[in-house]
Every structure is written in structure tokens, then in C-alpha cells.
Design a protein around this ligand. Structure first.
Ligand SMILES: Cc1ncc(COP(=O)(O)O)c(C=O)c1O
Length: 343
């Protein structure tokens, strides 16, 4: 199988499996798991943040951040295709009691400008509007086709928001792919944000887990909310051990996933009825529109399956995601099949 549905499908590498088997463990709810301790310390060091917390999922990391930065009745500004708004099951409303104010990115890139954010702010209108309590950013932006935000752009938004006393949370589920594309460190890409979440279990390849990072007090409080939400784990060093390998080893090769995605996008762009601007594909996510093809997106995915190739369809679009279990040859095989299916 060539599985292009997501980078969440990666299987742990032999090194991860070995580390998992040999991991030193303890009860992490008691704060006694040495491997979790190592992972949290290393993540904080890499990102240049005061502290980090190992959480079971990216969604939990994001939602703890939304909860901690806001109070019930606040509004959270996010680009309209943001993951926190579209794919986290309404948790901002359920757990934090906040409203989402989705904002359209006029360029279509998914990367909001400060001007776009500013026009959606509610400040100093206590009797009419829900106050803006938080701005959420996403880098790379999943639904916008893995687009990336530069460190300068992020810093500009943070500076402007902080002047108004509004915190910023960064959903950096795939921030390492963004860093590889921009040739930038993850520390620079998240420098001025108040909190950042990144996933070990996506392109980095660990089987489970995400990290939430921020100031020491914030992470202490996040630990309480993790437990409250059922995310207190016990001898979880077996998972943190895989996370440590993912964190140290995989970033070195993520540029290959980005290159494979570009190759895929360029090949897809040459197919009749397929529209995608391959130049804009920066990371490992390729989303193309097939409304002008003679065959629907879901039919294309069904036919690809006959070639042992898996992809996801959404309306008239198909999403393919590269990762370390997909080689350049797999991309060539996929394009070959697509040339037969989309005549
Ligand atoms: C951008 C983004 N943020 C957060 C998440 C949530 O991660 P998890 O599936 O670990 O909850 C995802 C998952 O696909 C994602 O793409």
C-alpha cells in the first residue's frame, strides 16, 4: 500500500521500537517518569520555551491552550479553515465556553495578515460584543495545503496582538515541516507566541503524542487540565521514548517529504482537469481540485485503491500527504496511476 491519506499513518521505525522496549518508566501522574521528563526538557530546549508538557494528542494540546488563555464568553480569532475550528469537535465551546470568530484569508493562503485579524477584533465594546480573548495561528496550515508562515510574519502578528493584551496560540502540528521548507528553526517560527503545540505523531513519525509548550506557570496549569480531561498517563515513557527519537532524528529528513510533495504536485498539475498551483506547495500536503476532470474526486480515490494507493477526497478536492513511509518511487507510481485514471 502507498498510503497518502495522512502523515498520521506512519509506523514507528525500528529505532523507535527498540527505544520503546528499553524505556525507563515511572508513574507520570506522580511526575516520576524519567523518559517523559527527558522528552519535555528536550522539546522545551529545542523551542526555546520555559516548559513543555507531553499530551496524548494535538487536539488536547490545542484545547488546553484555548482553555487557559481565555475565559467563557470570549471570542477566539482563527483562519476559517483552521484545524481548531473545523476538526476539534466544537471543544472550544464545550470546554472553554468560547466562540470562534473565523476569518477568511483573502490571499487564500490560510496565513492571515495582521490587517485581516485586526478587522475581526472586539476590544473595548463590553456591552455589545464578545471580547477577543485569543488568536490562534496554524503553521503549516493543513487545510490550506500545508502553506507556511515565516518567522517575521508570526512575530509581526504577535507584537501587534501583545500590544493589545491578546495572547497567541500556535497550532504547530507540522511546524517541523514548515521549518524544513523555510530553512528556519522551530524556535524562530514560534518565538513570540504564548503557547505552541506540535505533534510527534504526524510527519515526525512517533506512534502517539504531542507537546504543548509555553511559560512555566502556563504548563503547570496545563498539567492540571490534562488530568481533568483524562489525559494523565502512567508509565508513558514507552511512548515518550519513541517521541524522543522522532524529535531528534526525523527533522533531519523532513525536506525529503516536502520535495516528494512538490514532485507530486507538479505531476498532478499536468493532468487534464486537475488544478493546483504546484509552486505554492511548500510542505508535505498536496490538495488539488478535480472539478474540471471527467471523473469525481471520490471515484479517483476509489480507482487509486485498486492500485493499492490510498488518498482522501473532500468534495471536489483530493488530499495527499507525504511522509517517511512514502518514497520518491511511490510518488512516481502514484502519478503513473493518476495518468491512467484521469485521462
Ligand atoms: C493542523 C492540525 N492541528 C491539530 C491536529 C490534531 O492532532 P491529533 O489528531 O493528534 O488530535 C491535526 C491533526 O490532523 C492537525 O492537522
Amino acid at each position: 500500500m502507498i498510503d497518502l491519506r495522512s502523515d498520521t499513518v506512519t509506523k514507528p521505525t525500528p529505532a523507535m521500537r527498540r527505544a520503546m522496549a528499553e524505556a525507563e518508566v515511572g508513574d507520570d501522574v506522580y511526575g516520576e517518569d524519567p523518559t517523559v521528563y527527558l522528552l519535555q526538557g528536550r522539546a522545551a530546549e529545542i523551542f526555546g520555551k520555559e516548559a513543555a508538557l507531553f499530551v496524548p494528542t494535538g487536539s488536547m494540546g490545542n484545547q488546553i491552550a484555548v482553555k487557559l488563555h481565555t475565559k467563557a464568553g470570549d471570542e477566539v480569532i482563527i483562519e476559517e479553515r483552521g484545524h481548531i475550528f473545523n476538526y476539534e469537535m466544537g471543544t472550544p465551546a464545550v470546554v472553554a465556553g468560547v466562540l470562534i470568530r473565523p476569518v477568511k484569508s483573502q490571499t487564500g493562503s490560510g496565513i492571515l495578515t495582521w490587517k485581516e485579524i485586526e478587522s475581526a477584533l472586539h476590544i473595548n465594546q463590553p456591552y455589545y460584543a464578545c471580547p477577543t480573548g485569543l488568536i490562534c495561528l496554524e503553521n503549516s496550515h493543513n487545510l490550506a495545503g500545508g502553506s507556511v508562515m515565516t518567522a517575521e510574519h508570526c512575530a509581526e502578528i504577535c507584537d501587534a496582538a501583545h500590544k493589545l493584551g491578546i495572547p497567541i496560540h500556535l497550532d504547530g502540528a507540522r511546524i517541523f515541516n514548515a521549518a524544513a521548507a523555510l530553512n528556519e528553526s522551530v524556535a524562530e517560527l514560534s518565538k513570540n507566541v504564548d503557547s505552541v503545540q506540535f505533534c510527534l505523531s504526524k510527519g515526525l513519525g512517533a506512534p502517539v503524542g504531542s507537546m504543548l509548550l509555553g511559560k512555566k506557570d502556563f504548563i503547570e496549569e496545563a498539567r492540571v487540565w490534562r488530568k481533568r480531561l483524562g489525559g494523565g498517563m502512567r508509565q508513558v515513557g514507552v511512548l515518550a521514548a519513541a517521541g524522543l527519537i522522532a524529535l531528534e532524528e526525523t527533522p533531519k529528513v523532513l525536506h525529503l517529504d516536502n520535495e516528494n510533495a512538490k514532485l507530486l504536485a507538479k505531476g498532478a498539475a499536468n493532468l487534464k482537469g486537475v488544478s493546483i498551483d504546484a509552486e505554492k506547495v511548500a510542505t508535505n500536503i498536496v490538495i488539488f481540485d478535480v472539478s474540471n476532470a471527467d471523473i469525481s474526486a471520490s471515484e479517483i480515490c476509489a480507482k487509486l485503491k485498486e492500485y493499492d494507493i490510498l488518498a482522501s477526497s473532500f468534495g471536489n478536492s483530493i488530499r495527499m500527504v507525504t511522509h517517511y513511509d512514502v518514497s520518491r518511487k511511490d510518488i512516481e507510481t502514484t502519478l503513473k496511476a493518476m495518468r491512467v485514471i484521469i485521462k
